[in-house]
Design a protein around this ligand. Structure first.
Ligand code: ATP
Ligand code: MG
Length: 443
């Protein structure tokens, strides 16, 4: 018989499972909790958009648009692109849905984004971001709130210690014009030493050269003039207001005058939270102010500021998150007992108590499984127990076992589970899932 070949996972994609999944979920849960604390509304938007949504806003000459997008014609011939980031789609929705009426609007989202890049540790073709944006707020207070929020997300994940906030200003339009001219003059003087990519950038978007990773460009980029000499009074005042706000909130930052972002739409504030624990993929969270973005999509001038963080990179920095253990495992032997077990499990679960029940095996085997999933209690029932209207309840930590009458079994389990916290059970998860180690326990 011909062997059927197993399909491969597509390069740069991931099947997130086991411990990896627990890390991933912990990042998303933490973000969800923090975004509520900051009163950001959740939005969920399409995974693909008309290609122009990204091309016009992010900038044709950026790496993302020129090399990294998943763009394809659909069956109707329209050019669509899988979102490489969230901000452009949010700005598009702001316009198409008439969300101007809600401005200033604080939004958050999370999910998969797609970039055709060379896969490596911390770099995938389908990866995931958490994202926070404020539209319609030109005030520096919006930048500050977003940065404080980002800092809190990192602190609650327990990874803030190794991570520094690098902050820069890209100035206003007038500042950028003047700075751009200064940069062009500087780079023109070194034309012969620049990489081919940077020569193209020099004509189209000289600021991009500052961001170059090519070793030929680095010394020239490092010697380029800082924006500071070109800052208008307003741009300087804006930056000072942002840094004063961060200082007031107790968020540490360092100035990185070389920091420009990989997308074209930024104005004023630009920032990255960077760690040295992830090698070359050290940027875990990044963003800035994008006051020109909504206009580039044909809308009225609208202020915007936001950030996105890579869920995979945050996950890699986490301490191992604890395994979720079930509260109860039901060990039922025989058809009658199994039916009773199903009923008990349903009642426990309706009462917010996690419950595991094996599908097969004799009593010894099922008890082994109950221990393996590290349930707090096993409830043991067979014909003999049912005839006497009792169940055996075994504390799987201490090994103690007694009989409880069925009519008060649920209340009794809740009472005993309630005592966990006083009995050194603090490390027991408020389990919902009976997964241990790297996967579901074999039954
Ligand atoms: P990098 O310089 O690492 O390519 P970037 O500037 O392209 O990052 P952004 O567009 O700012 O990244 O995206 C925000 C965050 O998304 C990054 O800080 C990073 O944590 C994450 N990220 C970006 N690209 C990838 C990728 N290919 N795989 C996994 N995470 C990514
Ligand atoms: Mg990139």
């Amino acid at each position: 018989m011909a062997r059927i070949e197993t399909p491969r996972r597509v390069r740069g994609t991931q099947d997130i499972f086991g411990e990896e999944q627990r890390r991933f979920a912990h990042v998303l849960d933490t973000f969800e909790r923090v975004r509520r604390l900051y009163c950001f509304q959740r939005v969920d938007l399409p995974v693909f958009e008309a290609t122009e949504v990204f091309a016009r806003s992010i900038g044709e000459t950026t790496d993302v648009v020129s090399k990294e997008m998943y763009t394809f014609p659909d069956r109707g011939g329209d050019s669509l692109t899988l979102r490489p980031e969230f901000t452009a789609g949010i700005a598009r929705a702001f316009l198409t849905e008439g969300w101007q009426q809600y401005a200033p609007l604080k939004l958050s989202t999370s999910g998969a984004v797609f970039r055709y890049e060379r896969p490596q540790k911390g770099r995938y073709r389908q990866f995931h971001q958490i994202d926070a944006e404020i539209l319609g707020a030109p005030e520096p207070a919006a930048d500050v709130e977003l940065l404080v929020m980002a800092d809190q997300v990192l602190r609650e994940l327990g990874i803030a210690d190794g991570v520094t906030l690098q902050l820069n200003t890209l100035g206003d339009a007038e500042t950028r014009e003047a700075w751009r001219a200064g940069l062009v003059a500087h780079f023109e003087a070194h034309r012969g030493e620049l990489s081919e990519d940077s020569l193209t950038r020099l004509d189209k978007n000289p600021m991009r050269i500052l961001d170059s990773k090519d070793p030929r460009d680095r010394p020239i980029a490092d010697a380029a003039p800082d924006i500071d000499a070109y800052l208008t009074h307003e741009a300087r005042a804006f930056f000072d207001a942002v840094t004063a706000g961060l200082d007031a909130a107790g968020v540490a930052w360092t100035r990185n005058a070389r920091l420009v972002r990989g997308l074209d739409y930024y104005r004023h504030t630009a920032f990255e939270f960077v760690t040295d624990r992830l090698g070359a993929q050290g940027t875990v969270l990044a963003g800035g102010r994008y006051d020109g973005l909504v206009e580039s999509l044909g809308g009225a001038p609208t202020a915007g500021v936001g950030w996105a963080a890579g869920v995979e990179r945050l996950s890699m920095l986490l301490e191992e998150p604890r395994v979720e253990r079930p509260d109860v495992s039901i060990v039922a032997i025989g058809t009658r007992a199994e039916h009773a077990g199903v009923k008990i499990a349903a009642e426990l679960r309706s009462g917010n108590t996690s419950c595991h029940m094996a599908y097969r095996g004799n009593m010894k085997r099922r008890l082994e499984i109950a221990s393996k999933v590290e349930a707090a209690f096993a409830v043991i029932i067979g014909d003999d127990e049912l005839d006497r209207n009792v169940a055996k309840v075994k504390n799987l930590r201490s090994g103690e076992q007694d009989e409880v009458q069925l009519f008060r079994l649920i209340d009794e389990l809740w009472a005993r589970l309630g005592e966990r916290d006083f009995e050194n059970f603090a490390d027991w998860g408020k389990g919902r899932i009976s997964f241990v180690g790297n996967g579901p326990v074999a039954e």
